[in-house]
Design a protein around this ligand. Structure first.
Ligand SMILES: Cc1ncc(C[n+]2csc(CCOP(=O)(O)OP(=O)(O)O)c2C)c(N)n1
Ligand code: SF4
Ligand SMILES: [Mg+2]
Length: 326
């Protein structure tokens, strides 16, 4: 195993001139950050012309491949929630066999996309197995905190207290009653070659992490937050702002994990907050623009629930600070 490093730095001018491997004309909602995730990832690949994508079902998959069209200019495979990383392992095994028989010359790069429905919940066993078997693939989980494609059901990524169609807000419950899963830490506990959290606002950091993950020998996972204005109920032009605030409030701190040295490291946007804690914004700034948290801002509920949300956010942030200092 090698330490995940890259000398590559994304340059806007070069990117603007590159071929698009995830094209316009797909049917994602206007301003959908999942499309930004796909586009940034495809521009950061070291060998896009030699990459195969396995895409679990969800908005990205459905909206980019409405028959008979496709937005992908790479070999692309529709996968289930349950098996997107398993499909990547199968492709790897098939290529190895074909190379042995002289039917192929080189291995492709393997890229897996899924939403939080697969990445946090229904596909965890396939991802866990593929990482344990040490297949060489990059797994990008775009987290919009809901099963958005099928009408906004709550997932293991949905924030506590958020409204969804399966975590209603009313007298009995104030939205989802439990905290989300620490999914990037769960995958990091498998000790793959590389794990990172990312944000589309910090696009250059994200793209570098994609390159690192793809160049690492072995499995790599990136958990990128991809706001969804339909589920989160913010104004559709605020996708970037919501990504930025998630980092600034430390709800979604940016860090990476290196499998060889078994160390966690804060990425620069979160390092700034570690050095200058006064820059950490109150969680309300991220919550308030989102209609799914509107009930938290009603006078009766405000103090207790907001305080608890802040406490849990701080607790997680302290944990990240502890492990990145070791
Ligand atoms: C086992 C299974 N259950 C339910 C569905 C229906 N389904 C398709 S997409 C989707 C939601 C996907 O949610 P997520 O992975 O978070 O992606 P998003 O739509 O939010 O981008 C669901 C429930 C399915 N395809 N397979
Ligand atoms: S529902 Fe949300 S994630 Fe799905 S396409 Fe629309 S904005 Fe994007
Ligand atoms: Mg989702």
């Amino acid at each position: 195993m090698t330490t995940a490093k890259t000398k590559w730095r994304p340059k806007i001018k070069e990117i603007a001139e590159q071929k698009e491997y995830f094209t316009s004309g797909q049917r994602l909602c206007a301003g959908c950050p999942a499309g930004t995730v796909a586009r940034l990832v495809m521009h950061a690949l070291p060998r896009p012309e030699n990459t195969i994508v396995s895409n679990a079902t969800g908005c990205l998959e459905v909206a980019s491949t409405i028959y008979p069209y496709t937005a992908w200019r790479v070999p692309w495979m529709h996968s289930l929630f349950e098996n997107a990383p398993a499909n990547a392992s199968g492709i790897e095994a098939a290529y190895k066999a074909r190379i042995r028989r002289g039917l192929e010359k080189e291995m492709p790069d393997l890229l897996v996309f899924s939403g939080d429905g697969s990445g946090f919940d229904i596909g965890v066993q396939a991802a866990s197995g593929a990482i344990e078997r040490r297949h060489n693939f990059l797994y990008v989980i775009y987290d919009n905190g809901a099963y958005s494609n099928t009408g906004i059901q709550r997932s293991g990524a949905t924030p506590m207290y958020a409204w969804s169609t399966t975590s209603e807000v009313g007298k009995a419950e104030p939205g989802k009653p439990v905290w989300r899963k620490p999914i990037a830490l769960i995958y990091a506990a498998h000790n793959p070659a590389f794990v990172a959290t990312a944000s589309i606002f910090h696009w250059n950091d994200f793209m570098q992490k994609v390159r690192k993950g793809m160049e690492a020998e072995g499995p790599a996972v990136i958990h990128v937050m991809a706001p969804c204005h339909r589920s989160w109920r913010y104004k559709e032009e605020l996708g970037m702002e919501m990504s930025k605030l998630a980092v600034e409030t430390c709800y979604h701190p940016l860090w990476e994990y290196d499998g060889e040295t078994r160390t966690y490291m804060l990425s620069s946007a979160s390092k700034v907050i570690e050095k200058k804690p006064e820059r950490k914004k109150p969680i309300e700034e991220w919550l308030e623009p989102q209609g799914r948290f509107r009930h938290l801002f009603r006078p009766k509920r405000r103090d207790k629930l907001l305080k608890e949300f802040q406490r849990r956010t701080d607790e997680d942030w302290e944990h990240i600070l502890r492990i990145t200092k070791q």
